[in-house]
Write a protein that binds this ligand. Sequence first.
Ligand code: PLP
Length: 437
Amino acid sequence: FTDDFERAELQELDKKHFLHPTSSIEQLQEQGPTFIFAEGQGIYLKDMDGRTVIDGLSSLWNVNMGHGRQELGVAAMEQMSSLGFSSCFANFSHEPVIRLAAKIAQLTPGDLNTTFFTSGGSESNDTAFKIVRHYWILKGQPEKKKIISRKKSYHGVAMGATSATGLKPFRDFTNSLAPDFYYVDSFLPESLRDMIEKEDPDTIAAYIAEPVQGTGGVLPAPKEYFKEVQKICDEYNILFIADEVITGFGRTGKYFGIEHYGVTPDLMSIAKGITSGYIPLGGVVLSERIHQELIELSSGMFLHGYTYSGHPVACAVALKNLELIERERAVENARTMGTHMLKGFERLQQKHEMVGEVRGLGLMGAIELVKDKTTNERFAQPAAPMVVSEAMKRGLICRGVLYEGADTLVFAPPLIITEQQIEEMIDILHDSLTAVG
Ligand code: PLP
């Protein structure tokens, strides 16, 4: 077996037997996988041929504490060896889930103090929608079941999560989704008010939003947006769900993205960064008020639970990961390195005709590619895929966002990145932009 032979064999097996998540079937059948990764260390990934690349999106915005963290492996191994699994249904519990729920209560803002666990962001959002609908049934208002979300939002791929996703291509992928979902302008609170008035507030259960839209192209909400939104939700008796699946656990330079906006949601969806992606885990955090009302009003069963709600191994890894975040001051690092990254983008903006707006919050950043800086005119053929491909050749993975006319590069490197590594990213981007432009 030569390495070439092994790679060719794996390529063929991949094409034949593995249906990739969120991918181009056509491209994969033509070319096979670009990288077959074998290991990772810090911000770097290495493939089976020994090629090293910077993981500029923390894989899927989730490997926040970087690759190759042995502490997380040891935490999983120890937990698997003592209690690999036991149920949390009914009146069973275990120490890792209890300690993790208490830790989340300590980290989340305001009175967000009680967590329901899932295996990822999509399940978290579906759970949030089911909880708010159940809540209104208990409150004697079963007709309050509509969910309002924002255009350009991404909330995942479970049926409810896809239905809530504002990016239309994800909804168009299937031709029948959950009813009762509505989409408002991402940045204008008045658009929410108009939709509530139009649809009748007595039929609306909740409003959901990402503090910084990630998949839509790293779009932070304007400074005062969520204060206005919170007022509107209060005025019409509508619950506010913050989708912190990307923005949670330090990504934006604060523990949670919504903390930049000085409001506390009624429910918060979390996932990804809670375990730095080492093991699937998500959750919905409820405010004290909602939890108390559920306690007071419930008489029957809470009939919602995944087999893996509160998986002990996932909880043990999360606890260790949260310990690492604290010990290594990763949230502070995300804030300072985010500033460096943005400054680097600004330098690229000065040097390259095709770099339009640059923006970011903490270690979420975006670069708009334009044909003409003064008018913001786009290229007829989007440039992002070419820049992404040039960057990949030079050792940097980043993502191009093309939804709804965008031509945007997005970045979210691990929170442990150093200033020197940011410079390495910027240098590669500079060369890649030069190669394309
Ligand atoms: N919500 C947001 C904001 C996300 O970015 C994602 C995934 O990228 C999800 C929900 C879905 O999470 P998952 O892919 O873990 O189901």
